[in-house]
Structure formats: structure tokens, C-alpha cells
Design a protein around this ligand. Structure first.
Ligand code: SAM
Length: 452
């Protein structure tokens, strides 16, 4: 069944139809879309599988949808090279487009794949029932074996992490669910259930862990937190995610989400019709791995390996052996200004703009001439200095060969986007300053670029 016809049946969700596309060539259409209200504060974002799992700084679905419907046709290829929780790829498949996504974060890859892969909710429900039955049986009848498994399953460092952040009863329950999951043979059902299990750990309130503010990636341990039963939370969440899965009415195989670095995309040149993406903030303002490891350790990832991976994320601070790029004037000036106050921070900003230069170069390469990239960014404050990320990235994009058609500003609904929470006075003002709005940069790859 064509999913494009399905999207036309979503009027309650605020979906646009292709007849609402602006007129004109790509440049005119992009300019007109950027001039529209891009806040979407009154729009629902809990339809289909969007609500599967919390994820910091995820798009309101209407944002990618606006550009997908306005700038592409059914069957076109839409790319998000930093796919996160998969909002762009999900909206692309719901609109009948082909979707490609890349990320290096294991949880982002799991979620984006589960959220865009339609499969039988009955199979998922059966497998979920099987996991719950197994877990309940193990907790009552084989608690000694579970305890032994807990002792041997993790390396010492991962074990210390688990002990610090999870109450002993929660550890046993989570382990029982994980062992149940590992027995599920159907890989689609297993991934769906893993994502469901993760969604009870990573929540705004820290879910079944002892953490607070986990969804905001700045966890604090709360001694007095009464641990909730992982079994009943999983059961409740399973029901909800099964409802989401039933709404996922897209054509199978339309989305491909793979592990890959946005700075070196494994794609042929000139093959993509639209990019809608949002990179991480400069200076690691949202530290994905800090929250994601709370569920990834349960899926067999040792804490050391996760910390190692964290160094590869765009926006990290480590610069040893890093290969810097030459920067255009505006970005170079910002780096120099920050470096004059704090050399280490200046180097971190230089790293960020270098990484983003490589990403934007790749976006330019893989786009067809005459096509558009939409890059959504927030700015950061480093040592009291605004990094002016939107202006610097626009500058970088121009140097790479893009035409900057416009930069729109959108006001953030902080709570819904799960931005870092208030956390101490000085930090709070800095964070609030940089988090209350973000910028939508509209870039066009000129037609002439194809003839060069
Ligand atoms: C702001 S989030 C994207 C959120 C997404 N728009 C959504 O709606 O869920 C940025 C993503 O960039 C990813 N990322 C960081 N470094 C990357 C790299 N080198 N290559 C690809 N993705 C990367 C992070 O893992 C994170 O998922």
C-alpha cells in the first residue's frame, strides 16, 4: 500500500498535502518555507512512532515534514546524516519518500530503525508477552541464578556504574527482562522490545534508574528516589509502543538507517534530493552518551567502550591528534575570540567548526544539483561568548559552494525538545541564553555545481 496515500489521511495530525506546496523553483520554494512559522508549539508530536522513546533535541515532526512535502516528490530520496531518533526519516517514509539516515550512536540507530520498520504488532505483542512471562518466572523461581548472572555479566567498571545508578531490585528486574529479550528469535521483535526496554530507563525523570534529569543528559543521583518496578513499567510501555507500531503504516524497505559518520558518507555523489538534519551543539552541550549509556550497558556495551565512542561525537572537546580545517572569516574570528579567553575552549570550537565543515562538504557532494539542505542548529555560549553557530555554519556552507537562501529563527518549546534543565545559577543562565531559540539554515546546491 502506498504510504503517500496514507499521509493524506492524517489531517488531524496537522499534515500538509502536496497541494499546499509553495510554487516556483527550489530557491523560491525554500525561501517561502523559511518565511513560514516554524515554531509548531501547538502541534501534536505524539502520532505514529514519534513518541516511542525520549531523545534530547529531537525535531517536532512538522519541521522536517514541512520541507519534505514542500521540496520533494513521492519516491525522492531524503537524507538525515545525523539521524538521532529518526524524526526526518520517519516523516519521509510517511510521506512516501525514500529515507536514508546515518548516526554513530548505537541507541539512535536502534530507535530510528525500529521507528521506521513496519512489522506485525501481533508478533511484537507475542514476543513481549513471552519476555514478561520469562522475567516473572525467573524473578520468582530463579533469583539465585539472576544474582549470579549479575555478578558475572559486567566488567568491574560497568558493574560499578550499574550499582551506582540502579537499585538492587531494579537490577534484578532489568536483567530478567534482558535475558527474556535475548531469547526472542525474531530480530525485528527483539529490536522493538529493546527500544521499549530502553524507553523505561531513559525518561525525563530518569525512569527506573536512580537518576534525575536523564532525558536532559545531565543526570543526578537521587538517594531517596523510590524505584519503580521495571516489570510493570515495561508492561505499560509495551502497550503504548504497540499502539504506536500499529499506526506505522509505511512501505517496508523505504527507510535505511545505518551506522556512519556524517563527515564521510558512504553515498555516491549527486544521489540525494533533500537533506534535513540537526547536528549536535558545539561544546558538547547535549552529551548524548551520558544518558544513552544508562540503557546501552544492559544491551552488552561495556562502559569503557561507550566512553571511547563518546570521543567521536561531533562537538566533543578532545583535540589530541585531531586534524583541523582552515575556516572562513566569520568562523575563524569566533574561534580566535573564544581562544583569547580560553585556549582549550577555542580549540574545541575549532574542532566543532572543522567537523561541521566536513559534514557540510559531504552534504554538498551527495546532493543533486538544484536541491536543498536544511540544517537546524542552536548556538552555544563558551566562556560567555556566543559561538554564533548559525552564522558561522552559513559562512562555512557558502565557502563549500552552497547558496545560503535564508536563515529562519524558531522559538524552542524547551520542555518538549528536552533541552538541558536548570542546574545551578551560573550554568542555568548560560544554558538558557543559548537554548531558547534555534536557527533553520536553508542551503541550495546551485544547478551550475553539476556542470563544474
Ligand atoms: C541533535 S541530534 C539529532 C536529533 C534528530 N534531529 C531527531 O529528531 O531526533 C544530533 C545527532 O548527531 C549524532 N552525531 C554525533 N556525531 C555524529 C557523527 N560523527 N556522525 C553522525 N551522527 C553524529 C548524535 O549521535 C545525535 O544523534
Amino acid at each position: 500500500m502506498s504510504s503517500f496515500s496514507q499521509q493524506l489521511r492524517l489531517p488531524l495530525l496537522g499534515a500538509e498535502s502536496s497541494s499546499e506546496r509553495p510554487h516556483g523553483n527550489s530557491r523560491e520554494r525554500l525561501a517561502s518555507l523559511l518565511a513560514e512559522d516554524l515554531d509548531f508549539h501547538d502541534k501534536r508530536s505524539d502520532y505514529c512512532s514519534h513518541n516511542f522513546h525520549s531523545f534530547p533535541a529531537k525535531f517536532p515532526p512538522q519541521l522536517p515534514r514541512r520541507f519534505i512535502v514542500g521540496l520533494t516528490d513521492p519516491g525522492d530520496t531524503v537524507l538525515d546524516p545525523m539521524v538521532g531518533s529518526g524524526t526526518t526519516v520517519l516523516e519521509a517514509v510517511l510521506a512516501g519518500r525514500r529515507a536514508l539516515g546515518f548516526d554513530i550512536d548505537p541507541l539512535a540507530l536502534l530507535l530510528s530503525n525500529v521507528k521506521t520498520t513496519p512489522f506485525s504488532a501481533e508478533r511484537a505483542a507475542d514476543a513481549g508477552g513471552q519476555v514478561l512471562r520469562f522475567a516473572r518466572f525467573a524473578l520468582v523461581g530463579r533469583a539465585d541464578l539472576l544474582r549470579h548472572e549479575l555478578e558475572t555479566r559486567f566488567d568491574p567498571k560497568t558493574r560499578r556504574f550499574v550499582d551506582y545508578w540502579f537499585a538492587p531490585t531494579t537490577q534484578l528486574e532489568l536483567l530478567a527482562l534482558v535475558l527474556g529479550l535475548e531469547r526472542v528469535e525474531d530480530s525485528l521483535a527483539r529490536s522493538f522490545l529493546k527500544a521499549t526496554l530502553s524507553s523505561i530507563v531513559i525518561t525525563k525523570s530518569g525512569g527506573v534508574s536512580l537518576a534525575r534529569d536523564l532525558g536532559h543528559t545531565r543526570p543526578h543521583r537521587v538517594e531517596e528516589k523510590e524505584p519503580r518496578s521495571a516489570i510493570s513499567e515495561f508492561e505499560k510501555r509495551l502497550e503504548r509502543n504497540l499502539r504506536s507500531l500499529r499506526q506505522l503504516d509505511a512501505d517496508p524497505g523505504c527507510a535505511q538507517v545505518l551506522c556512519g559518520d556524517a563527515q564521510h558518507l558512504p553515498l555516491a555523489s549527486g544521489t540525494v534530493d533533500l537533506i534535513v538534519t540537526s547536528p549536535p551543539y558545539a561544546s558538547n552541550a547535549i552529551d548524548y552518551m551520558r544518558a544513552h549509556k544508562f540503557s546501552l550497558v544492559w544491551f552488552g556495551h561495556p562502559i569503557d567502550a561507550l566512553n571511547q565512542k563518546r570521543r567521536q561525537y561531533i562537538g566533543g572537546e578532545a583535540v589530541e591528534e585531531f586534524v583541523f580545517e582552515g575556516l572562513p572569516p566569520k568562523a575563524g574570528e569566533r574561534v580566535a575570540t573564544v581562544a583569547a579567553t580560553d585556549a582549550k575552549k577555542g580549540a574545541a570550537l575549532h574542532r566543532y567548526y572543522s567537523e561541521m565543515t566536513r559534514c557540510i562538504r559531504e552534504m554538498f557532494r551527495v546532493l543533486r544539483p538544484g536541491k536543498v539542505a536544511v540544517v537546524v542548529v542552536g548556538t552555544s555560549v563558551m566562556r560567555g561568548i556566543d559561538t554564533l553557530t548559525h552564522l558561522c555554519l552559513a559562512d562555512v556552507a557558502e565557502a563549500v559552494g552552497f547558496e545560503v537562501v535564508g536563515i529562519a529563527t524558531r522559538r524552542l518549546d524547551r520542555d518538549r525538545r528536552m533541552m538541558p534543565a536548570r542546574n545551578g545559577e551560573t550554568r542555568a543562565t548560560q544554558i538558557e541564553q543559548r537554548m531558547h531559540e534555534e536557527y533553520v539554515i536553508g542551503l541550495l546546491k546551485p544547478e551550475e555545481a553539476g556542470r563544474a
